[in-house]
Structures are given as structure tokens and as C-alpha cells.
Design a protein around this ligand. Sequence first.
Ligand SMILES: C[S@@+](CC[C@H](N)C(=O)[O-])C[C@H]1O[C@@H](n2cnc3c(N)ncnc32)[C@H](O)[C@@H]1O
Length: 252
Amino acid sequence: MRSIDYDTEQHQDYARGRALTQQQLQVWIGAFAEALPERRPLAGLDVGSGTGRFTPALAGAFGPVVGVEPSDRMREVAQTRSPHPGVRYLPGTAEEMPVPSDSADYALLGWSWHHVQDKPRAVRELARVLRTGGRLLLRTNFSDHHPRPWWLEYFRRGYEADAAIFQPLHEVIALFTSAGWRVTGFGTVTESSAGTRGEMLARLRLRTLSFFAQLSPDELQTGFDRLEQAVAADPDAPAPEFAEPLLTLELC
Ligand SMILES: C[S@@+](CC[C@H](N)C(=O)[O-])C[C@H]1O[C@@H](n2cnc3c(N)ncnc32)[C@H](O)[C@@H]1O
């Protein structure tokens, strides 16, 4: 995939382009709660925390969270938009986290795994920072378990280009299980509607998805023209619900 430098692109628009409704956020927190131990507080890591879309909600639900994020600009937005007494945002990557060994009960890798360059190193680093029995919430797509959002079909090569960003499920599982992890769950989480199709189109126009960086200017133009035409027919229709994969693992 063409890699994204969030310090030079996307950081200005990410929070708006990827905004979640309160209802959608609660669906995710509920799904994460099901995969985590019941005791509270839990010490959490939000790895690739971006603009802090999830970090304060994780702190509110489970306990103190460190948001680890390599992009200075994304961290600045997070600190400004999403301050929370239970959250600290620190510079770092999944491969190298500025936190002590055995210090966390769980880590969320939310929509960030496909950006991790050295995945075997990240698997080892996650094992270092989590305690034995620690949980990993891996919210990512897989090339062979790939969601089809309603708007993707309007982009030529859309599904193939999007799926190619991700690894197949068995490859991700093998990486972790060969390094001392066990799978505790795999399924999909259904987000409620993101609003109307018109609102969704306005967010998509901000292009805060890695997918858009994979297309040529011509593919982008044609795709957005087709999508705009389709949405114009009924802009107030609700955007359909959307199911996305969640893989959960435990450090043995
Ligand atoms: C699509 S955003 C997701 C942000 C946030 N988790 C969310 O759901 O809104 C991907 C984030 O991963 C970060 N990232 C890039 N490389 C990374 C790495 N090696 N380790 C951790 N995060 C990384 C990016 O800077 C970016 O903020």
C-alpha cells in the first residue's frame, strides 16, 4: 500500500472525516468490554491513537489509557480535541512503545495495524508491554474478510484496491500464535448508521481513508462523480449499518 504520513496529510481533516456518533462509539466500547476481563480499572494502551477517536472513551469505560501515536500532528489534535484526565498521549509506534514492560492489561490497535511496518517486531513489543493474560483488541480488516461499505462499489477497482491494503486473517493469526498469543475471538461488530448518505459523502470527500491514497487521480475523480450522482438521488436516506471485523487475542 502507499504509506500515509499523517504529519503531512489527513491530520487536519481526520477527526471530521472519521467522526463517530455517540451510538457508534458505544457499540465499539461494548464490543471491547466483552473481550476484556471484568475487573476495573484496567491499564490500557491505544496503539496508533491518532486524533483520540477512542482514547477518552476507553479511559471512561475501563481505566487509565496511554495513547501511543507516531504523528506529532495527530497527537496535537488529540490533545486539543480529546483531553481526558485518564489519558496521556505519547510519541511512539507499535514497534517501539515508550512504556514499561508488563505495564498494561490490554491494547487496542484500532484501524492502525495496516500502517505498522515491522509487524513481527510489533508482536514482540506488544508482548513486552502487556502483562501475562493481557488482551489485544485488533480492529483491522483482512484481505479475505473484507467489509464492503455501500459507497465502495462506485470506485473502479475499489474493492480490490481496498482489500489489498490488508493481510489475510490466517497470516495475522500465525504471526501472533507463533509468538505466544492465543486467539480468544473473531467476529464482526455492526456499527449503527453514520447518518445520512449525504453526510457520509461529505465526510468521504475529506479522503481520510488510506483507500483513497491507493487510487489514481482519474479513478478518484470518476468514483466521486459516480458516488455523488447516486447520493443526489436520495441524500437524506440513512447510510446503511456497517459490519467490521474484530480479532481478539490473549498473551499466554
Ligand atoms: C487510520 S488512523 C487510526 C487512528 C485511531 N486509532 C482511530 O481509530 O481513529 C492510523 C494511525 O496509525 C498511526 N500509525 C502509523 N504507523 C504506526 C505504527 N507503526 N504504530 C502505531 N501507529 C501507527 C498513524 O499515525 C495514524 O494516526
